[in-house]
Write a protein that binds this ligand. Structure first.
Ligand SMILES: [Zn+2]
Ligand SMILES: [Zn+2]
Length: 77
């Protein structure tokens, strides 16, 4: 049994996410996303997919990266 680190729910089916050497415990994916997902620097959406990292900033896609003046980013289609 473990407690979700986002909402504090004490739940039998919690799961761990190992990321960058740390271990996080969540009771559901929405809590995991809330805690783990980077936020697009342009439109503030939570980045659930791969996202785009440019110069240490995260964007949901190449469009938003370009809107923030980042050049040379192209979505792989
Ligand atoms: Zn939770
Ligand atoms: Zn965006």
């Amino acid at each position: 049994m473990a407690t979700c680190e986002v909402c504090g729910n004490d739940y039998g089916m919690t799961f761990e996410v190992h990321a960058q050497g740390a271990v996080h415990v969540f009771d559901c994916f929405s809590c995991a996303i809330h805690r783990m997902a980077p936020v697009c620097e342009h439109c503030r959406v939570s980045i659930i997919g791969q996202g785009v990292e440019v110069e240490g900033q995260w964007f949901c896609g190449a469009h938003c990266a370009r809107e923030e003046g980042k050049v040379g980013i192209v979505d792989k289609v």
